[in-house]
Structure formats: structure tokens, C-alpha cells
Design a binder for this molecule. Structure first.
Ligand code: PEP
Ligand code: MN
Length: 337
């Protein structure tokens, strides 16, 4: 249930309402918009049947939210959410251009990539230190050493850093180095991990699971918001279909659908969605034209030497060309960065 407070409601009236909800064993999530305060009552709403919430001073409207996801729903918050990643805004017309290698491999490659993507216009740096690999024999990432290199690259370039956290025991460590925590596709329904990142106050990039529906994806985001962390950005990264020419199938309709159902920003990962370097440019433009709030693109200066995902990594000069094209479209797509 969502309770909209009157514009002139006082803090005392808000506290009174929250007290009433807590008395009934519900949790109150307070969202302060530019216009007014909205309170989400989370828990078994049947206990509210005997409480005339509408009569509580300061309450303007009481809404039953029909979707299973509540805090992430558009019904809960009409305006687009804007997520701030160490000063870089994502959503509501602020476009995120995240770029970097699939994995952090060594300092020289990382800093070369970071400097080149920054010069091309990227506003966030990506790179995996803990890598979810299909084969246990494949490169598993540099671990904490990789996080240290990312932090150093941030210091040298000023680009905030996005990196994956794979399990609950890594959350504190990764959060101590990164500006944004990535939950990978394979972990989208690792509910303990979702709760753990919901408990930290760092923005989260939540990738859509390989075989997850849009609703399941939004329910996973709900886990994070329900713990009080509202800084979540969704990422469509392709889903499994019968098609094998591309690594996955980029579900662009899911971007618009998620934005229709939710106020959270939604970005696109054309690298993992297609698995093919040649398809990154057209799918990046398509994502921006379709209303995506950003892109995350894998870039490597020597893709043939990459320890992971070389086939889908753009050369820095090709990334620069994509960024330039995006700049040309940004105006008509109501995006700035
Ligand atoms: C990644 O971004 O490096 C990654 C592993 O992505 P996904 O979880 O979408 O496969
Ligand atoms: Mn990758």
C-alpha cells in the first residue's frame, strides 16, 4: 500500500502515520519527492483493513498497489528516479556511458583503457575483479588486487568505478573500493546477495538474469529497495532464446517495459547481449533511441589478448566512434551527459 501525504503535511503528521503502521507490524518506506512525501507500507496489508488511514491528518491519498513489486513501481513513484554514482547522475535525462574491459587484467591495460574511454566521453569505468565464468578453468579475475587497480584508475582519471560483487562475503570489500556494485546476470536471483547490497549505501547495477522475466527482474530490484537502498539501476543484457548467431537476444522492448512499470533507470549492455563487436554500434544507437538511460560497453586495447570476452570488446577508437554517434543523437533523445 502506498500513502501519499498532502503537500502541507508536517513532519509530526508523517511520524504519526509511520507510528501507526509500525504499531500494526508494517515497515514504512519514506520517499521524499520534489512535490510531496510518499510512504510505502510493506508487510501484510490485511492488518490495515480496520485502520481508517485516509482519516489520519496529513494523508491525502491511500493507494493499493496491485503489482507484486511496490517500491520499484511507477505507481509508487511517478517521476523517473535519478541515481547518483559519486557525482555522475543516471536517469531522468542523464545518460550513463559506462565503458572498460570485461576483466581487470593488469595496471597498464586498465589505465590505457580508462584514459581512452574517458577521452572518448565515457563517464563511468567498468571492469570485473571477481568474474563469474562458465568454466572453472577460465580466468576468475584478480580479486582484491583488481579492486585496488580500479581505485587507482579512478584516482588518475576521475571516473567512478562499477564492478561486480559475486557473493555476500565480498560485499563489504567490494563496496570499500567501488562506486557502484554490479550484480551479474547469474546472480540476479541470489536473494541473500540482493539483501546484502540492499543493506549498503552504494548504488547497485542490477543485470537482468539470462532467463528471467521482466517481473522477476523487478522483484529482484524490490529486494534491494526493501532494505532501504533506493539507488538501483537496471541493466538489460540480453536473454537466452533459440537464436545462436548472437550470444544472447537483446530484449529492447524490456527496456521500455521496465521503464513503464518502474521509475528506476534502465541501461543496456550491448556487449553481452550480442557477443559480437560488429553489433555493438547499431544496438547502442537503438538503445538510446528506445529511451535507455545509458549503456555499458566492453572496451579493450588489444581484444585478441583479452582474458575474457575479447570477441565482443571494442577497440578504444571504435568506442570513440560510437560515443560520437551517441552525442549526435542525444539531443533528439532528450539525453545529456
Ligand atoms: C559483465 O558485465 O562482465 C558480466 C559478466 O555480465 P553478465 O552478468 O551480464 O553476464
Ligand atoms: Mn564480459
Amino acid at each position: 500500500m502506498v500513502i501519499v501525504m498532502r503537500q502541507d503535511a508536517t513532519e509530526e503528521q508523517l511520524a504519526h502515520l509511520v507510528g501507526k503502521l509500525q504499531e500494526k507490524g508494517l515497515t514504512a518506506h519514506i520517499s521524499r519527492g520534489t512535490e510531496r512525501v510518499i510512504v510505502g507500507a510493506i508487510g501484510d496489508e490485511r492488518v490495515l483493513q480496520s485502520v481508517p488511514l485516509q482519516a489520519i491528518p496529513g494523508v491525502e491519498q491511500v493507494m493499493q498497489i496491485l503489482q507484486p513489486f511496490k517500491l520499484v513501481s511507477r505507481e509508487f513513484r511517478k517521476e523517473d528516479s535519478v541515481v547518483d554514482v559519486s557525482g555522475v547522475k543516471i536517469g531522468g535525462g542523464h545518460f550513463a556511458l559506462i565503458a572498460g574491459p570485461c576483466s581487470v587484467e593488469n595496471w597498464d591495460t586498465l589505465i590505457e583503457t580508462a584514459q581512452k574511454v574517458k577521452a572518448a566521453g565515457a563517464n563511468l569505468l567498468r571492469g570485473g575483479a571477481f568474474k563469474p565464468r562458465t568454466s572453472p578453468y577460465a580466468f576468475q579475475g584478480m580479486g582484491e588486487e583488481g579492486l585496488k587497480l580500479l581505485a587507482r584508475a579512478r584516482q588518475e582519471t576521475g571516473l567512478p568505478v562499477v564492478t561486480e560483487v559475486m557473493n555476500t562475503s565480498q560485499v563489504e570489500l567490494v563496496a570499500s573500493y567501488a562506486d557502484m556494485l554490479q550484480i551479474g546476470a547469474r546472480n540476479m536471483q541470489n536473494f541473500d546477495l540482493l539483501k546484502a547490497v540492499g543493506d549498503v549505501r552504494k548504488p547497485v547495477l542490477l543485470k537482468r538474469g539470462l532467463s528471467s522475466t521482466i517481473k522477476e527482474w523487478l522483484m529482484s530490484a524490490e529486494y534491494i529497495l526493501s532494505r532501504g537502498n533506493h539507488a538501483v539501476v537496471l541493466c538489460e543484457r540480453g536473454i537466452r532464446t533459440f537464436e545462436t548467431y548472437t550470444r544472447n537476444t537483446l530484449d529492447l522492448a524490456a527496456v521500455a517495459a521496465a521503464q513503464e512499470l518502474s521509475h528506476l533507470p534502465v541501461i543496456v549492455d550491448p556487449s553481452h547481449a550480442t557477443g559480437k563487436r560488429s553489433l555493438i554500434e547499431p544496438m547502442s544507437y537503438a538503445a538510446m533511441a528506445g529511451g535507455a538511460d545509458g549503456l555499458t560497453i566492453e572496451v579493450h586495447p588489444r581484444p585478441e589478448e583479452a582474458l575474457s570476452d575479447g570477441d565482443q570488446s571494442l577497440l578504444p577508437e571504435d568506442f570513440a566512434k560510437v560515443a560520437q554517434g551517441l552525442r549526435r543523437f542525444a539531443g533528439v533523445c532528450n539525453q545529456t551527459w
